[in-house]
Design a protein around this ligand. Structure first.
Ligand SMILES: *[C@@H]1O[C@H](CO)[C@@H](O)[C@H](O)[C@H]1NC(C)=O
Ligand SMILES: *[C@@H]1O[C@H](CO)[C@@H](O)[C@H](O)[C@H]1NC(C)=O
Ligand SMILES: *[C@@H]1O[C@H](CO)[C@@H](O)[C@H](O)[C@H]1NC(C)=O
Ligand SMILES: *[C@@H]1O[C@H](CO)[C@@H](O)[C@H](O)[C@H]1NC(C)=O
Ligand SMILES: *[C@@H]1O[C@H](CO)[C@@H](O)[C@H](O)[C@H]1NC(C)=O
Length: 410
């Protein structure tokens, strides 16, 4: 009698689970490291709730959603790879995707990861008051090692970067005057990674200070497109309150002309062209609010509000590369805000959103998510084949081995 009852009970629970299971194993991949979500979890059963946590750098996560009537969803919190598009997954993940935590670093924003193929190094930066070195990973060492290098003259608080023609081009946000006669001004700075010599390419807008210069991309004609939000003042890497509204600009290093190209985003942030340069992706982190009071440097520098802008936009770039047209929102961050972004060789868009990075198709449809145990801010393709993605952020650096590759840069 007892055993019949048990059998009946377990049959019932299996049927209920099958009827409502949001999370299932993904064929060909190990559970619970890789989980698949049916139909984007578009119908969650029962009294689900995702509690908003408006904490800068530690907002609520997708996996923190409580779904009491479908216990399978709790697997999301601990999964490394969360798959929505089963068909696209093998092409993105490869056979054995692997996310490795590489370095524990201070709980400060880390940004501007950039790969230097000639020296096989990954540079990245720390945005912290009075911190002047850059961080350098020697990828030739096994395991890779981390050290600090200070440019000559130093580059203060750069938060975006690209590699071109032997040099790193940084978007630098620090604004200060030091006792040793150095003047740090937000703008664009070129670094020769071999000699450590730096050279300023742009440091003002007709005499005004830029607010910071946050991130940049470089088109095939050599124009540097960059975003200028207002985070340096609230995070205390600038001693001068903003003089300009937030905007994005195009800078021609040959002529020196710098021209506004976009001024509707609340806090323009990540920026990257599609491989064919017909599309420019720009993210808006307006939800990370820069408190602006020109008389009072804030003590609590920034705060986060989940109802603010957390959106990735796409723009058409006219063939003469002069104008951005057809602004359209294509992705609303599922965690935190869309921060740094990089476009893969195949056109997929990788964006840092909270505790992880999302892989979107070129129209912004999420395909899968890679989850980190720290707030991811930006990422960079590294290695001779650009087939590893290194992720940097608040408190950590991680290495992702998977199936996607980045564009080759020279
Ligand atoms: C997830 O991991 C945490 C600690 O790492 C553990 O306490 C928790 O039970 C795990 N949750 C599931 C659903 O496995
Ligand atoms: C910035 O300026 C302040 C004083 O105004 C000084 O104490 C600080 O060391 C400076 N930092 C840098 C990096 O120049
Ligand atoms: C690359 O750098 C070299 C010298 O370092 C320079 O002669 C050349 O013009 C540069 N090419 C481009 C495309 O900037
Ligand atoms: C978040 O922003 C909304 C408006 O978008 C505002 O009503 C709300 O008070 C803000 N929340 C906090 C905690 O500041
Ligand atoms: C992330 O995980 C690594 C190792 O798995 C650990 O060393 C590190 O402290 C963790 N970081 C956070 C912020 O939990």
């Amino acid at each position: 009698m007892k055993s019949i009852f048990l059998q009946a009970a377990s049959l019932v629970s299996i049927t209920a689970a099958q009827a409502s299971s949001l999370v299932t194993p993904c064929e060909g991949y190990s559970t619970p490291d890789v989980v698949c979500i049916d139909r984007y979890g578009s119908v969650m059963p029962g009294n689900f709730i995702r509690r908003v946590r408006n904490v800068m750098g530690d907002a609520d996560t997708y996996g923190s959603t409580s779904v009491p009537d479908d216990p399978s969803f709790s697997d999301v919190a601990n999964a490394t790879f969360v798959v929505w598009d089963r068909q696209a997954a093998p092409g993105i993940l490869g056979k054995e995707p692997q996310l490795e935590f590489m370095f524990e670093i201070p709980m400060q924003p880390h940004e501007a990861p950039v790969y230097v193929p000639t020296t096989n190094e990954l540079y990245f930066t720390r945005l912290q008051k009075d911190y002047l070195p850059q961080l350098v990973v020697n990828l030739a060492a096994e395991p890779p090692t981390l050290s600090e290098k200070t440019a000559n003259p130093p580059i203060y608080a750069p938060s975006g970067s690209r590699y071109r023609n032997g040099s790193i081009i940084f978007c630098s946000g620090g604004l200060n005057d030091t006792v040793d006669g150095k003047h740090y001004r937000p703008g664009i700075i070129k670094l020769d990674p071999r000699s450590g010599k730096s050279e300023t390419l742009l440091n003002n807008y007709y005499g005004y200070f830029f607010n910071m210069c946050d991130d940049l991309d470089i088109d095939s004609d050599g124009n540097i497109w960059f975003t200028d939000p207002q985070y340096s003042w609230p995070d205390q890497t600038s001693i001068v309150a903003p003089q300009l509204g937030t905007a994005s600009y195009k800078f021609n290093p040959e002529t020196g002309v710098v021209q506004i190209v976009e001024d509707t985003l609340v806090q323009p942030n990540g920026i990257n062209f599609s491989p064919d340069e017909k599309t420019l992706y720009l993210s808006d982190t307006g939800s990370a609010i820069a408190i602006i009071d020109e008389n009072v440097q804030p003590v609590i520098p920034l705060f986060y509000n989940s109802t603010g802008k957390r959106t990735l936009y796409a723009f058409d770039v006219t063939p003469d590369k002069r104008t951005l047209l057809n602004k359209r929102p294509i992705y609303h961050a599922l965690e935190y805000a869309v921060d740094g972004l990089k476009v893969a060789e195949n056109g997929m868009v990788i964006t840092a959103t909270g505790r992880g990075v999302d892989v979107l198709d070129k129209y912004g449809v999420p395909l899968l998510r890679v989850q980190t145990n720290f707030t991811a801010m930006n990422m960079q393709w590294v290695g001779p084949n650009y087939d590893e993605l290194w992720i940097v952020g608040i408190g950590g650096v991680a290495r992702l081995k998977w199936g996607l590759t980045g564009p080759r840069v020279h």
